[in-house]
Design a protein around this ligand. Structure first.
Ligand code: KIV
Length: 261
């Protein structure tokens, strides 16, 4: 079974690992058999399963349902569940809602945000709830950000993301996702943090990569710039997923068309 200890050792050895989203039992089984280390039950299910424009309508009940479905499909894979919009606005709510995800199979929960979350992350971590942070483009804040654009492009914004990353680690976060930030910034964060850093649209220098399953299978409509349709060059889903994992491990994905410097 993949544990956070294994992921830490991989970071120390400089071995890249792979993560992919899943939302149901059958895909979870295929992802596990492709040897992918992490499944994230992403609140992107709001977009790709429920057909919403944003992740904001996703509820804790939705996340519990999909976390339980995915968890029944895996034995080895490390399962992380997203906490949906405003389910962690206060520490009390975060403890109550994360415990529902943990009791339905999650081994860790992911929250979007920086400094303002440090007390919550500390309290969760102290109580045995492992936390993954999420910085950069945080889709639950899409209306505040004004769209799905690259974050941290100027030095003030980059400094803020860097300092948020340090704060989350100090508060007890054990993994960090960085989404749509310049490669130079994700490289710095990955070097300075002890915990593994997982990138999406953040360049090749993070410890791991994550993508949305439906993007790499080419079934989510328009594929984002940072993703690749791995099914195009493979004749089955399982070989597409294995190909994605090996492309991450041998650093042939992502390439320069998938990120900004
Ligand atoms: O919801 C999601 O799928 C995510 C990632 C792609 C990082 O948060």
């Amino acid at each position: 079974m993949v544990t956070i200890t294994d992921l830490n050792k991989m970071k120390t050895r400089g071995e890249k690992f792979t993560a992919l989203t899943a939302y149901d039992y059958s895909f979870a089984k295929i992802i596990e058999s492709a040897g992918i280390e992490i499944i994230l039950i992403g609140d992107s299910l709001g977009n790709v399963c429920q057909g919403h424009q944003t992740t904001i309508p996703v509820s804790i009940g939705d996340m519990v349902y999909h976390t339980a479905s995915v968890s029944r499909g895996v034995k080895e894979t490390f399962v992380i569940a997203d906490m949906p919009f405003l389910s962690y606005g206060t520490t009390q709510n975060a403890l109550k809602n994360s415990s529902k995800l943990m009791q339905n199979g999650a081994k860790m929960v992911k929250l979007e945000g920086g400094h303002w979350l440090s007390e919550t992350v500390y309290q969760m971590s102290e109580r045995g709830i492992p936390v993954c942070g999420h910085l950069g483009l945080t889709p639950q804040s899409v209306h505040k950000l004004g769209g799905y654009a690259i974050q941290g492009a100027d030095s003030k914004a980059a400094d803020k993301i860097f300092s948020d990353a340090m704060t989350l680690e100090q508060a007890g976060a054990q993994l960090l996702v960085v989404e749509c930030i310049p490669s130079s910034l994700s490289k710095l964060i990955t070097k300075k943090l002890q915990i593994p850093v997982i990138g999406i649209g953040a360049g090749p220098c993070t410890d791991a990569q994550i993508l949305v399953l439906y993007d790499i299978l080419g079934i989510s409509g328009q594929i984002p710039r940072f993703a690749r349709n791995f099914l195009l060059d493979n004749n089955s889903i399982i070989s597409a997923l294995k190909n994605y994992a090996s492309a991450v491990r041998n650093s042939t994905f992502p390439t320069s068309e998938h990120f900004v410097e």
